[in-house]
Every structure is written in structure tokens, then in C-alpha cells.
Ligand binder design. Sequence first.
Ligand SMILES: [Zn+2]
Length: 271
Amino acid sequence: MLSLAMLATLTVVQGHALQLSQAHEPGLMAVTASWDDREIPYVRVGERWATVIGVDLDTGAGEYPLEIVRRFENGREAAHTDTVAVQGKEYPTTELTVAPGYVELSPENQDRAAMESQEIGAIYSTLTPEAFWTSAFEVPIPGTTGGRNFGHRRIFNGQPRSPHSGADLRATTGTEILAANSGRVVLAKNLFFSGNAVFIDHGLGVYTTYLHLSEMLVEPGEMVEQGQVIGLAGATGRVTGPHLHWGVRILDARVDPFALLELEPLAVEGR
Ligand SMILES: [Zn+2]
């Protein structure tokens, strides 16, 4: 049988997720894609293989190679290279006023923030090679408004800081926060900037985070179901008032949480 490599150009916006799909073939036992110096595994979903990659907010517009390797039972390997065309997007600037201690950090808080940043970095670089999500992602506060401020360049008390890496959803203190999808809790603790924070690993490098909570109702290591109450909204950490900061990382890439809602489920129901 003649097998032709189908070369494709996939288009994605900065700060969005890209779903990858490959048809199943007899004897095919593993598929991987190389993206951002990482090998990303595909999972089998019925008659196809699928995975997801994240395109970071600061990935420049342009064309990037995406090498896809298929490994067969008989030891054969087939590789081809698709193209990912990243489109740029203009993000607005917002000015915010917070307690001065969150802008001019004391030496103790500087050390604390640096340690926490390392701990968080280690979480985001971990790839669990299976997918836990069996249905589409959902907004953690049903029916809420707001949340369209992903990627905004930010000036805190007159000083430029990192861009906003999540969506701020309107919530009063005590509002129930639901898991956006099934997964494993990998962090539930108080952080300097994020306040009380819950991180969920959904597999394949996809993480959702829920920050500034007044209460955390889950523990690290716990499996949670989509829609399970994982905490209550609050105003802990660097905030201007109570709200939910909902974040998404796909490995290290900062992705707009609302872009995640478009992903298809990758886990097989009832497995
Ligand atoms: Zn936020």
C-alpha cells in the first residue's frame, strides 16, 4: 500500500490551543508530535489519535514546523512535518491599583514568590501521558460574566508587570467554584500572588488553575469530577477585589481559558 504523507498547515491564534488529530491505521501503536522542544503523545480515541498543543501568548506570529511521528507494531516509523501558522493578536493594556506590598516586594516576599514560581514551573513542565477529560471544558462559575481580560498588558500601581495569564470571572466571596473538567488536583495551597490556589491536571499537559479563593475544598492527589465544587471564591493574594482568576496552561504555554472550551473530549467515557 502506498502511504502518502499529508502535509498540512494548521492555523492558530497566539494564546490559543490547537487540537491535533490523526487517523488510526492497522498496526499503529503510538503517535507523537514535537512542539516547543517537547514530545507530545497522542491518545487513541476510537478510530483516530488526538492530542492538544498550547501556543503561548508571547509566541511570535509566523510559521513553525510540527513533526509528527507514527510508530507501528512491526517497528516501522513514519514521520512527516506539518506547519503551524501562528497569527498575532493585539491585547489591550489595563492599569490596576493593589496594596503596595504586592508591587514593591519585601526581601522575604521576594524569596517566597521566587520559590513558589519554581514549584509552579515544575508542575507545568510535567506531562501526564493520558487525558482525563470525557466531555468539553466548562466555565467554573456557570452563568457568570467577565473573563475577557486574558493577555492584557498590565500596569500595577504605575509599574509594568507580566501580562494577565487567565480570565477574571465576576464572583462574590463564597461563590462555589466548579472543576472545569475531570482531573487530578496537583496543588491546593496559599501562594503569595495567587492567594489560595487550586491547580488541576487534566492530562496531556493541560492544567486549569483557580486563584484568590476564600476556601479550598480539595487536597493534592485527589481525583475530581467535572462540576465538582473545589473551592469558594474570595480575594486572597494580589487582587483589587473578590473574583475568580481562572487560568489555563498547556505545558508552559499560557492559553486563554475560553479557547479551551472549544477542545473536543479526548478520554473515552467509562474507561
Ligand atoms: Zn486574574
